[in-house]
Design a protein around this ligand. Structure first.
Ligand code: HEM
Length: 393
């Protein structure tokens, strides 16, 4: 006996943005899938159900022709299944190889972090969002893509405009205009460098794409670069901030990690479990199916709430606590299945091995400012939007 998807109407969208976790707990307890009226989407919030879904891409497709992502960015491999997805994924793979990350990207990202932290150390307080995390994520991604140098804010603005456009379900004309302008600007930035990358192959993503076998058509390059701009900037930014926040709000954990630097990678994994930078991503149900006793009809759009699954009490003890010492358990912050994040290893390196250790090493007695508490926001994407800190000059 299976049940229909229950509907919840009494949730304020603002509450989802401010603090989705009590709502996620309620949804997890209610049913495997719940239609949440203010989000206009059926949400899946239990860890085991999301793992099950990601193991069955034929039933739960990433391909969604009606997706706004396709409208704003073009046909991307992130919204394709099977062979079409694999071609796009293979085309970028050379830029993400472990040896390339270690030998090529690590020194570049270390230099970027050093320059930003040098600037910081002249002062004794800052908001780490704009002073470190956002420029760090933007400048690293700019280098990795293979763009000409530009102000970090330009790439960050394109990223935000594309993300806003892809989530513009209210069809706001201003949001659409900005997204389309960002899309045109990205196309121009690609055109400006593509011949160079073709004639002088190098580890950048554009070079990997243009020299792939078979070469990626220009529409594919454009769309996939936009997905990477939309998905490869805010997440490492938010992971840096969340990791720093987790440690600063609990001095015992901070001291444990500083005393045992080999804990940095674990601390990063715990940070993205605790507050997952991507809280939800979509899938489309391709046939009537039973998900743990709830019937999902063909063509239903569902949102996989990995931000909720990563706080599922059936998998993680005291799930709401940031706890670097918790028993090792895999999480879903980088997704699962065929679309598992391509940037996982590069983010683990940048955030967990370069930026966060260097920050705590260089800024003595780094601490939160009691009078200006940090603000964390979002549910589809979530992270600190301000992180004011102070240190000893
Ligand atoms: C802490 C940082 C990051 C987190 C938490 C994260 C998370 C995720 C998640 C959850 C997905 C799956 C989305 C879906 O299936 O719809 C994903 C996909 C992806 N991510 Fe990341 N990401 C991070 C950093 C990055 C970076 C730095 C890059 C690129 C430089 C990147 C590139 C991608 C790409 C290309 C995909 C699509 C993969 C595919 O469809 O096969 N990510 N990421």
């Amino acid at each position: 006996m299976t049940s229909a998807v229950p509907v919840v109407t009494d949730i304020a969208y603002q509450d989802l943005l401010d603090d989705p976790y009590p709502i996620f707990r309620r949804l997890r307890e209610l049913a495997p899938a719940v239609y949440v009226e203010p989000a206009k989407l059926t949400l899946v919030t239990r860890f085991d159900d999301i793992v099950r879904i990601e193991r069955d891409p034929a039933t739960y497709s990433a391909d969604n022709p009606a997706s706004l992502v396709n409208k704003v960015m073009g046909p991307t491999f992130m919204r394709k299944d099977g062979a079409e997805h694999a071609i796009g994924r293979k085309a970028i793979e050379p830029s993400f190889r472990p040896a390339t990350i270690k030998e090529h990207w690590a020194p570049k990202f270390t230099a970027i972090a050093q320059a930003l932290i040098d600037d910081l150390s002249a002062a004794d307080e800052a908001d780490l969002f704009a002073a470190l995390a956002a420029p760090m994520a933007s400048l690293s991604l700019m280098a990795m893509i293979g763009f000409r140098e530009m102000p970090w804010q330009t790439l960050a603005d394109w990223s935000q405009a594309l993300i806003d456009g892809a989530g513009n379900y209210a069809a706001d004309a201003g949001v659409e205009r900005k997204a389309m302008q960002a899309s045109a600007d990205v196309d121009a930035a690609i055109d400006a460098v593509l011949d160079d990358h073709r004639s002088k192959p190098n580890p950048s993503i554009l070079s990997s794409m243009v020299n792939a076998d078979p070469p990626m058509p220009i529409e594919g390059i454009r769309a996939n670069i936009k997905v990477i701009i939309g998905g490869g900037l805010n997440e490492p930014r938010d992971a840096i901030l969340t990791l720093v926040l987790g440690l600063l709000q609990d001095p015992t954990q901070k001291h444990s990690v500083l005393a045992k630097p080999e804990l940095w990678p674990t601390a990063l994994e715990e940070a993205v479990r605790w507050i997952s930078p991507i809280g939800m991503y979509p899938r489309r149900v391709t046939r009537d199916v039973d998900l743990s006793g709830t019937t999902l009809p063909e063509d239903l759009q569902i949102g996989l709430c990995i931000g909720a699954a990563n706080r599922d009490g059936n998998r993680f003890a005291e799930p709401d606590r940031f706890d670097v010492m918790r028993p090792k358990q895999s999480h879903l912050a980088f997704g699962a299945g065929p679309h598992f994040c391509a940037g996982t290893w590069v983010s683990r390196l940048t955030v967990g091995k370069i930026v966060a250790p260097m920050l705590f090493d260089r800024l003595r007695n780094l601490r939160l400012r009691a009078e200006v508490p940090p603000v964390v926001r979002g549910w589809v994407f979530r992270g600190p939007v301000t992180l004011p800190v102070r240190w000893d000059a």
